[in-house]
Design a protein around this ligand. Structure first.
Ligand code: AMP
Length: 546
């Protein structure tokens, strides 16, 4: 045994990093703090604690035990929060089902994850009924319902959530176990091939929670603190809503769960519950700002992390004009997810909105404990000069250790001992990372890399452009040229010539690779999106590249 291992007093407690421990402080320090679900439920943290215990009693009675997998199909709810805790705290695995996948893909994930019990909201019964004949569960189905009305369904439920909780005593002693026990699993929404499962342990989720809070709490701008009111706008089925419900609970803040994302309903919740902290993909922010009610709601106390896709500068400026404190975060399903956040220093806050938007839209600075490198094909780290693009590879305490039951893909993910993100980025001398592309989306014009994201950003600045996606068009002469797929704003006329002129003006200032002028344009009705609201470039390539 190495000599410098600590000496453990026999009766000393060897504290494991378990999800249950995130609850220790808030239930004592913030017992009366609120947890709100739509306009239907208002609980306290004490209720949360009691309900987590009742849920554990009920799940145990249904046969759930350590090592089992419990699947959830729900909108963002107080129930989901309770399941975020109760299921892993039992030593079981929480499978957060992506309800926006096709029924066949949902069936694949339920089967692949080897789910034992499914808790399903009544809204998703039509999906489940289509595939139920091919699902085998050892413990059955539990109904989640927002109203007392009897739901018509052919599914033989073993119980309804509220009734099960009511019938269970509210005391349960959660056991200690190895912090490396698997706590959660979910499937990446890759647009090609079958979905791939990623998984995270108690230790990883606890460290992610601490890492995110250490970052957000350390700055004045965009800080997440005790007086905030939190509402997720990234679904809880997708990478644990970026892990933020765990952060919010540990912090003991008021939490608001909005159910299904309906823009007018979200805006009125922000207004009524005084929501101050959220996170979402750019599409959701766009949807909210476009809604007629946006002008009637005071959004000036709202801080929002934008991630999951590049944050267009035009959208950032629009949000800033509403007084919203927007800034970027970056990560992926494989990384728990958060790796970087782009907060501003005091000096930066003195800059103009235009200048601030440049920083707010950058991918950001690495979180504590995150060893993020930008490397060339030989894994050599590139200079931090803001212009040398390479792949982001990463090590951190909270990265998936592989893809579930996919050894080859797992080896590829971790080739050379670093997790490969497939994201292309540059980094400047002060550490700020800026993603310029996905490795598969880079456009190689005459051997030079043209960033599809930069070109999208430029086009989005055109006043008549509603939405845009840029993909690579194979070309005999140049190798590839950028193809801009553009949706015009309602009532606006757009031409290829006009857009080329717009792009040429930017190219002449030198802010972007001059090869962008080789862009071709196609005006289309709508841009295909993935199940989590991102631009679906694979589908666009299939459609528009013959
Ligand atoms: P997902 O696994 O579905 O969460 O997707 C992760 C991918 O989204 C990353 O690998 C990036 O390509 C992209 N992404 C996430 N955050 C950002 C960001 N802030 N800027 C640009 N791309 C992002």
């Amino acid at each position: 045994m190495p000599e410098n291992l600590i000496v453990r007093t026999p009766s000393a407690y060897d504290y494991p990093l378990l999800i249950k421990n995130l609850l220790s402080a808030p239930i004592v320090n913030n017992p009366a703090q609120e947890i709100v679900y739509r306009d239907q439920v208002r609980h306290t943290y004490l209720d949360l604690h009691r309900r987590i215990q009742s849920l554990a009693v009920a799940l145990t009675a249904l046969g759930v035990k350590r090592g089992d997998t419990v699947a959830v199909m729900d909108w963002d709810s107080h129930r989901y929060l309770e399941l975020f805790f109760a299921v892993p705290m039992l030593g079981a695995v929480l499978h957060t089902v992506n309800v926006r996948l096709s029924p066949e893909q949902i069936l694949y994930t339920i089967d692949h994850a080897e789910d034992d019990l499914i808790l399903v909201h009544s809204d998703f019964l039509p999906i489940l009924e289509q595939i139920r004949g091919r699902i085998e569960l050892s413990h059955g189905y539990v109904l989640l319902s927002d109203d007392a009305v009897q739901t018509e369904s052919s599914i033989p439920f073993v119980g309804e959530y509220e009734a099960l909780l009511e019938a269970a005593i509210d005391h349960f002693t959660f056991p200690d176990f190895d912090e490396n026990t698997r706590a959660t699993t979910f499937y990446t929404t890759g647009t090609t091939g079958l979905p791939k499962g990623v998984y995270f342990s108690h230790r990883q989720l606890v460290l992610h929670t601490l890492g995110v809070l250490a970052t957000l709490g350390a700055k004045t701008q965009g800080s997440f603190h005790r007086d905030d009111v939190y509402m997720p706008l990234t679904p809880m089925f997708h990478v644990h809503a970026w892990g933020m419900p765990y952060v919010a609970t540990m912090l003991g803040v008021k939490q608001v769960y909005p159910g299904r994302y309906l823009p007018d309903h979200l805006l009125s919740l922000i207004n009524r519950e005084k929501v101050t902290f959220s996170h979402c993909v750019p599409t959701i922010l766009h949807m909210l700002l476009k809604h007629p009610h946006a002008a009637t709601v005071d959004l000036s106390a709202w801080k929002v992390i934008i991630g999951g896709a590049a944050f267009p500068r035009s959208l950032c400026l629009e949000a800033l004009s509403h007084g919203i404190d927007v800034f970027s975060g970056y990560g992926m399903s494989e990384t728990c997810p958060i790796l970087t956040i782009s907060q501003l220093t005091k000096e930066m806050l003195a800059l103009s909105a235009e200048e601030q938007a440049v920083i707010r839209c950058k991918t950001g600075l690495a979180l504590p404990l995150v060893d993020l490198r930008i490397v060339d094909a030989e894994m050599k780290e590139l200079p931090r000069d803001g212009v040398s693009p390479g792949e982001i590879v990463v090590r951190a305490p909270w990265l998936t250790q592989g893809y579930l039951k996919e050894q080859k893909a797992s080896e590829r993910l971790w080739e050379g001992g670093y997790l490969h993100t497939n994201d292309v980025a540059v980094r400047d001398a002060s550490g700020y990372v800026r993603i310029t592309d996905r490795t598969k989306d880079v456009i190689k014009v005459a051997g030079e890399w043209v960033s599809s994201l930069e070109l999208e950003d430029i086009l989005a600045h055109h006043p008549a452009v509603a939405e845009v996606a840029v993909i690579a068009l194979p070309d005999n002469k140049w190798g590839e040229r950028p193809l801009a797929l553009v949706v015009a704003k309602a009532g606006h006329e757009l031409t290829e010539k006009e857009l080329n002129h717009h792009v040429r003006e930017y190219a002449e200032t030198g802010v972007v690779n001059k090869q962008v002028v080789l862009m071709k344009v196609r005006l289309i009705e709508a841009i295909d999106k993935t199940s989590v609201g991102k631009i679906n470039k694979v589908a666009l390539r299939e459609k528009y590249i013959k």
